[in-house]
Design a protein around this ligand. Structure first.
Ligand SMILES: [Zn+2]
Length: 125
């Protein structure tokens, strides 16, 4: 237990150490929707080593969408442009949220995106 929490602490420190460069990369705006409310780092795959491609700067609204099972399609529209990012935490992370709503435009947008084919297949299966 103690070892686990120590690892967790190191992990968080490593994430926070990347904060400045990620915020700069993001231009101090949400990397999914472009908003600027309550920006915080978000980990795409928290079980992976902290790395810039695994982190995105997200606004509080977008972080809320991550936990929503059935997001409102209207809330998701602004995330569409994120699919064109070459950063997995931005493009793939947004795609996993988008794909929860079954609107046809979501499928189309993911198909057209630059996301790796293997991941697209998982997303759309
Ligand atoms: Zn956002």
């Amino acid at each position: 237990m103690a070892k686990g929490s120590q690892l967790n602490k190191e992990h968080l420190e490593a994430v926070n150490a990347l904060g400045k460069s990620i915020s700069k990369r993001a231009g101090f705006h949400c990397e999914w929707c472009g908003g600027d409310e309550g920006l915080k780092l978000w980990e795409y795959q928290p079980d992976h080593e902290p790395a810039p491609e695994n982190l995105a700067l997200l606004c509080s609204g977008c972080r809320g969408l991550v936990d929503k099972r059935t997001p409102d399609p209207r809330e998701l529209r602004p995330l569409r442009n994120a699919l064109w990012s070459d950063i997995p935490a931005v493009a793939e992370g947004a795609a996993w949220v988008l794909v929860r709503c079954k609107e046809p435009w979501v499928r189309e947008a993911i198909e057209e995106s630059l996301i790796a084919d293997a991941i697209k297949e998982k997303l759309l299966s």
